[in-house]
Design a protein around this ligand. Structure first.
Ligand SMILES: Cc1ncc(COP(=O)(O)O)c(C=O)c1O
Length: 392
């Protein structure tokens, strides 16, 4: 079909936001009817819901038996900073960054925590640092999927099994959507409002036995606020991993996460979710190969994120514009897509290069991704024609 022709078919859902993401197909507020609202989260019934949520996360992700899962305050950021504040300082630290979120963890390591031996590996958007330069005698902090760049690590092969340090992986836009080799990771974090389409507010932290051992054998020399503490009296706060949250959780958020996890179970668990992501990405990849207007921001094909797909505009006319004009064109493309009720919330992350970001996680229907793609070309070509007519 010519990009000048208006596509006939629209996505059923216009929701392609990268977080909060769209909810699972068929979701309605009735999914929360059984939430234990108005009750104490320490009472047996509500606590059992939290415990069920923890055990479903464990089983759906197919975590090793000896990994533990806790629900913590302050979303994914809370979970990552909990790991950093509670675990780092026992040895040197390597911190990797290739998007805004990785840079946050670099800033924590360099400007917030009084760490003595920090090595940073920071690269521009679109690239991945040289993974062979990472020192695994140190603890290593990185992001499995750089959501703002659409760049992920290709696999876990670069992480040695016999590492001395801990690996701490912010995996919020990767968990439930990509294959993750758990044995390579000692701390994994995510939040419900990414792949599960859950509500925001809480983070999830997953610890390997080696991370638990660190908590039990090491106390950081700095003050650790209660909400960032994995320890109680110098030992792992075991209750946290058995549904006794540090402070008051939202039982609505827990109920909603349970609903998403049940949906995941009905699809066959993480494998079913990943199959949906793969189906969407196959459509995306086939389209990117053929569109003259867009390309991935990720430079190396092995590192392209299948969930947070970041696109740049590559048409000659667009490349010839100055930065402010490019931004204006992209805004107009987005406005046209929104006006046509095709897609909303698809702006690139605020400090990422100009472009679009399309969430293709498990809750997004692959058919909707397929329906969206011709619209991306159409909206760009229409917008370009407008500008060119104005300039003539
Ligand atoms: C890789 C990554 N880390 C951290 C965050 C911050 O997450 P939260 O808002 O759950 O703290 C995000 C949000 O998009 C993210 O993509």
């Amino acid at each position: 079909m010519s990009p000048n022709a208006k596509p006939a078919k629209k996505p059923v859902s216009t929701l392609f936001s990268t977080g909060p993401t769209r909810k699972r197909p068929g979701w309605s507020p009735a999914a929360l009817d059984d939430a234990a609202v108005g009750r104490s989260h320490r009472a047996a019934g509500p606590k059992a819901r939290i415990q069920t949520c923890i055990s479903k996360i464990h089983s759906v992700l197919e975590l090793p038996d000896d990994y533990v899962v806790g629900i913590v305050p302050a979303s994914d950021t809370g979970a990552v900073e909990m790991a950093m504040w509670s675990l780092l300082g026992a040895r040197g630290v390597d911190v990797l960054a290739w998007d805004a979120f990785g840079r946050l963890w670099v800033a924590d390591a360099v400007t917030q925590l009084p760490l003595e031996n920090v090595t940073t590996h920071i690269v521009d958007y679109g690239h991945l640092p040289d993974l062979s330069a990472v020192n695994f005698d140190n603890d290593v902090v990185f992001t499995w999927n750089g959501t703002a760049a659409g760049v992920r690590v290709p696999d876990g092969d670069w992480i040695p099994d016999d590492r001395a340090g801990l690996t701490i992986a912010d995996s919020t836009s990767a968990c439930f959507a990509m294959d993750i080799p758990w044995e390579k990771l000692d701390v994994v974090t995510f939040s419900f409002q990414k792949s599960l389409g859950g509500e925001g507010g809480h983070g999830v932290i997953i610890l390997s036995p080696r991370a638990v051992e660190r908590v039990n054998s090491y106390t950081p020399p700095w003050p650790v606020p209660k909400i960032l503490s994995l320890a109680k009296k110098g030992k792992l706060d075991a209750g946290l991993f058995d549904g006794a949250t540090i402070n008051t959780p939202s039982l609505l958020v827990i109920e909603d996460a349970l609903d998403a996890l049940l949906w995941a179970e009905n699809l066959g668990g993480a494998r079913g979710l990943i199959a949906r992501v793969d189906a969407s990405f196959a459509l995306m990849d086939e389209w990117v190969a053929r569109t003259p207007n867009y390309a991935y921001l990720a430079v190396d094909p092995a590192t392209i994120s299948q969930t947070s797909v970041c696109l740049r505009f590559v048409d000659d006319w667009f490349i010839g514009l100055i930065a402010d004009q490019q931004k204006a064109v992209v805004k107009d493309v987005e406005a046209l897509l929104a006006a046509e009720e095709v897609a909303i919330d698809i702006s690139a992350y605020r400090d990422a290069p100009t472009g679009l970001r399309i969430w293709c996680g498990p809750t997004v229907d692959p058919e909707d991704v397929g329906a969206l793609l011709p619209w991306l070309d159409w909206a760009y070509v229409q917008t370009r024609a407008h500008y060119q007519a104005d300039a003539a």
